[in-house]
Ligand binder design. Structure first.
Ligand code: PLP
Length: 389
């Protein structure tokens, strides 16, 4: 058995029973694990569908150019599809994007335009404006615009919804999903509600996003907008793809809970998922008192954790946020130093932290500094000279 190319492997992701991470809940919880897509996220589905719809409608013709403003998973999916289908791919990113992310996109032939992060979306220099302008200037180009392109939600209506319905044999009672553009939540929810209107649709949102307030009051309140760390969920605009009428409940989750739960998920289920997957599972925990024995919960995990190695899976970063008690795991092994004995490692309340005394910590740092100093004497001398010390 073989497939023609990697695009044939998009979709049909597994539904995995969370037997350990959700063991304390009264019902079964299943995860729809979207990292099994070849581009490691749910965005493969929408990118492929939006591009093929543009081909069908004649907006995109052979040899054309695909343009999108994206710093995340959608860019990766578009780059992958463009490489297979032979399109030129231009992605505009903000200067916040890491070098790793840029390299990832370039590896599949995408052209990357880095735009300043500190400007308003309407500013001609913003990554939205630049993408829009390029789509007007470049002949036979197509700007996907995932926030406003209705084919985003449609892709999930046609694939994710039917898959979940079949995989649960129609027994699903709750669907829990992060809301960003709203495509994954709305498209899937529309299909599920058509099969059984009693299915509860739970949208997951971030503190600092306008979505929950808009759903509650119908009011777009810019005062709700605040910076937050989780990537992918929440918005500072009202995206066209968000079908608020399908949502039964919005749950807000914190940056910290999302990070901690994602890390626990990796340890307990060996599912190393993205930051927003931690948010989605945390939302399930927050509705625990609404669940009963016969319920069947499906929670959608949007992407893979490998994109967050510098953040939630980095102990130093977690420590800097104040979410890890000690940076123990970031202390390198020093030759001759005895590794801590198991009885010295006392798990605190949360399984991801270790207790270590302050003195022991200082001691470890001193040893590390001494080794470092000896090894890099020459560079330190040079640096001191350069600084005139
Ligand atoms: C990691 C991650 N989680 C969740 C979402 C939200 O999905 P949607 O845009 O379909 O609402 C996104 C979207 O960008 C994402 O990248």
């Amino acid at each position: 058995m073989h497939v023609d190319n990697v695009l044939a492997t998009i979709g049909n992701t597994p539904l995995i029973h969370l037997q350990r991470a959700a063991a304390h809940l009264p019902c079964k919880v299943f995860a729809k694990v979207e990292s099994f897509n070849p581009g490691h996220s749910a965005k493969d589905r929408i990118a492929l569908y939006m591009i093929e719809q543009a081909e069908r409608s004649g907006h995109l013709r052979p040899g054309g150019t695909i343009i999108e403003a994206t710093s995340g998973n959608t860019g990766f999916s578009i780059a992958m599809i463009s490489a297979i289908k032979g399109y030129r791919c231009i992605l505009t990113l903000t200067s916040k994007a890491s070098q790793e992310k840029i390299s990832l996109l370039k590896s599949m032939g995408a052209e990357v335009v880095v735009c300043p992060v500190e400007v308003d979306p309407e500013d001609p220099r913003s990554y939205y404006s630049v993408a829009h302008r390029m789509s007007e200037d470049i002949p036979n180009s197509f700007y996907l615009a995932q926030n406003f392109n209705g084919d985003n939600a449609e892709a999930h209506y046609r694939s994710t919804g039917p898959e979940i319905w079949a995989q649960t044999q129609g027994k699903i009672t709750h669907y829990v999903c992060c809301a960003g553009t709203g495509g994954t939540l709305s498209g899937t929810a529309r299909f599920l509600k058509e099969q059984n209107p009693a299915i509860q649709i739970i949208g997951v949102d971030a503190y600092g996003s306008v979505l929950t307030k808009f759903w509650e009051t119908g009011e777009y309140d810019p005062n709700e907008i605040k910076p937050y760390k989780v990537e992918g969920l929440g918005k500072n605009i009202i995206p066209h793809n968000m079908a608020f009428e399908l949502v039964d409940q919005f749950i807000k989750v914190t940056d910290k809970d999302s990070a901690v739960v994602a890390r626990e998920l990796a340890r307990k289920e060996a599912l190393m998922m993205g930051y927003s997957s931690g948010s989605a599972l945390q939302a399930v925990f927050q509705i625990a008192d609404q669940l009963s024995k016969d319920d069947v919960v499906v929670v959608l995990f949007s992407d893979h954790g490998s994109r967050y190695l510098g953040k939630i899976y980095n102990d130093e970063w977690m420590y800097d946020q104040g979410w890890l008690e000690t940076p123990q795991a970031m202390i390198p092994d020093v030759k001759g130093e005895q590794a801590p004995q198991p009885e010295q490692i006392m798990p605190s309340q949360a399984s991801y932290t270790y207790m270590i005394s302050y003195e022991a910590l200082v001691d470890r740092y001193k040893k590390y500094y001494r080794t470092y100093r000896m090894k890099y004497r020459k560079y330190i001398r040079q640096t001191r000279q350069n600084l005139g010390l």
